[in-house]
Design a binder for this molecule. Sequence first.
Ligand code: GLN
Length: 275
Amino acid sequence: MQLMAQCGLPPLEARMLLERALGKTPAWLIAHAEDAAGAEAEQAFMALADRRRQGEPIAYILGEREFYGLELGVTRAVLIPRPETELLVELALARIPENAAVRVLDLGTGSGAIAVALAHERPQARLTAVDLDYAALSVARANASRHGVSVRLFCGDWFGALPGESFDLIVSNPPYVAAGDPHLAMGDVRFEPQRALAGGADGLDGIRAIVAKARAHLGPDAWLLFEHGYDQAEACRALLEAHGYREVQSWPDLAGIPRVSGGISAPIDGQNALK
Ligand code: GLN
């Protein structure tokens, strides 16, 4: 397959695009490494390689990305699931017992990556996910059905579609990049929905809203866990503490960067009176 060397892309990317153009598996490609591709496949491959050379993320070109061991569909309506978000999944799983109908909410679900991964690992849990964007919700719906899990999906602004509902665990990977951060105009990120990334002047608009509003939707001793930027852990813990959350802490991702913070809900005066 001379094509791979000719296209000017890193070998791994070239191989992924060639597999797609040929409609073949990685194993087939290895076994047929010396074959020439047909004209049609060559043309299809060159078109995909061209998109990649112009910067389009591989995940959008292929329409897929693996997250927590699950192949998920992605479109340009949703953020591309990232490995660091698997930390949030791990921390959530540690708080969801295996055989209990725990009520879990994922705020700003996008592709549904977090909700689908949690539902897949904890079949007894009752997953709810919300997003502001209908197009994102249809991606999440397709991912839930692809993996045979059931997730209640709502369109709304944070808790807007969930008046009076209470959860045992709330998780979120909200937009948290500061507006004007040069990172938004770089690499893969510039192709992603800005609404899923940018969180106001300091990036914390979404997190501020979630930390404040979640208190009315968390049952007794329920955790709120959310992802944030590499330099936001301290500000996030301060917000949680200011709202009376307990056991406030941050956890590092695989690169050692504090990436998820959270705490246990505080009773709101006059509510949650049992605790
Ligand atoms: N981690 C992403 C980035 O740095 C941002 C994801 C988000 O805003 N939730 O591009």
